[in-house]
Design a protein around this ligand. Structure first.
Ligand code: HEC
Length: 114
């Protein structure tokens, strides 16, 4: 069984916790943007939480980087988060596009590994 397979089979608390926090802040960002509540500080905070959690995906699920494909999926999410953080956090339309692109990175990895 692959390393990720073992972690998934164990249903470890840590990766699930990382993902739960990620979901919380992704959902909060999307909801705020959908409702046109563009509070820059909140947008920045949600993106920062997601970035911190994204940095923990591999320590939690791919320790030692044994799965290069998983690594690529994780890095693509990081790249989207970095692009979103580079935007003006008060710019709802731009962030809306960025948030959709972030969501696509979540879905792409989940389609293969979740
Ligand atoms: C590189 C791969 C990868 C990326 C990117 C990724 N996830 Fe996950 N995610 C997983 C895997 C693997 C699981 C299954 C973990 C488990 O059940 O132990 C999972 C599970 C989850 C779960 C369910 C947790 C549970 O308690 O069962 C949620 C919610 C979640 N992810 C949200 C997100 C969100 C939101 C994003 C993007 C912002 C994201 N994930 C990005 C791999 C990824």
């Amino acid at each position: 069984m692959s390393q990720i397979g073992k972690v998934l089979a164990a249903r470890d608390a840590y990766p699930r916790g990382v993902m739960a926090v990620m979901q919380q802040h992704y959902g909060a960002l999307r909801r705020a943007l959908d409702q046109n509540q563009c509070v820059a500080a909140n947008n920045s905070a949600n993106l920062l939480w997601m970035t911190r959690m994204s940095e923990q995906i591999e320590p939690a699920l791919n320790p030692g980087n044994v799965d290069p494909r998983f690594h690529a999926y994780a890095r693509k999410l990081d790249a989207r988060l970095a692009a979103a953080r580079a935007l003006n956090p008060a710019s709802c339309p731009a962030l809306r596009v960025a948030a959709r692109q972030i969501g696509a990175r979540c879905a792409a990895c989940h389609a293969v590994y979740r």
